[in-house]
Structures are given as C-alpha cells and as structure tokens.
Design a protein around this ligand. Structure first.
Ligand code: THU
Length: 127
C-alpha cells in the first residue's frame, strides 16, 4: 500500500469513529515493517478519560497482532473546521515513538503532508 492509499484509508476509517461527545471524528491507518496495514478510529466514552484516540487503536491492533515496528501512520480528522492540518496529540506521539515510527502523514481536505517522526516528536522519552 502506498502513502496515497494510506491517507485515503485514514479518511475512510474516520467515518467509523464513535465520537458523540466531541463530534470530532479521527481515523488512522498505519503500515508496519512487514507490510501489514492496521486502522483505528477514536472511540469516546461518557466517562471522558476512558476515550481512546484513533492512532492508539491502530497501534493496539498492530502490536497485539505481533507487529514490532511501524513504518508510516496516516492521521485524518474529517470534522476539522479549519484548513489547518491537525497533528496527532502528544500522548499518541509518545505511543508511536515506542515502535520506532518513521513517518507521519497528516491528512487534510486538500491532501496530506509527510513528516519524519523526529520532526513532530524530537527528543522522545525512552529508557
Ligand atoms: N483524538 C484522536 O483520535 N487523536 C488525536 O491525536 C487527537 C484527538 C480524538 C480524541 C477525541 O475523541 C476527539 O479527537 C476530540 O479530542
């Protein structure tokens, strides 16, 4: 799967979001070192902190299937009002750092921009 397809998939999967509280639907699609693709959407909860981000759902699916390394993740917020790209939140970035993610595709209405992971989370926490 190429980056264009990954970006499209992130938008598609965002339509599956369960976001009745924020009405802000997010989708993520990632490809691992082995070439497998995993998707996720945000899933909110009436107890707000129990909500999970789209990126985290995709990471949980991938790693629990035995994947070890994430190559690229595309993230799409299909309800963003502004034309400004919406980046993964800090906690999701930290989760992605754990699995040596290389690139992030930030998807918006007009397409997507590609970032090296280090650009969006320099000096990430590891020990
Ligand atoms: N959200 C994500 O899914 N990913 C992010 O990186 C940032 C925020 C979700 C969480 C919540 O369901 C909604 O967006 C509004 O914060």
């Amino acid at each position: 799967m190429n980056n264009d397809q990954l970006a499209e998939l992130a938008k598609d999967i965002a339509t599956k979001a369960y976001a009745p509280y924020s009405n802000f639907r997010v989708g993520a699609a990632l490809i691992t070192d082995s070439g497998n693709v995993y998707t996720g959407c945000n899933i909110e909860n009436a107890s707000y902190p129990a909500s999970v981000c789209a990126e985290d759902v995709a990471v949980v699916k991938a790693i629990s299937e035995g994947e070890k390394k994430i190559n690229t993740i595309a993230v799409a917020c299909i309800d963003a009002e502004s034309d400004t790209a919406i980046f993964p939140c800090g906690i999701s970035r930290q989760r992605l750092a754990e699995f040596d993610t290389e690139s992030v595709l930030v998807v918006d209405k007009s397409g997507y921009k590609t970032y090296k992971f280090e650009e969006i989370l320099p000096y990430n926490f590891k020990f």
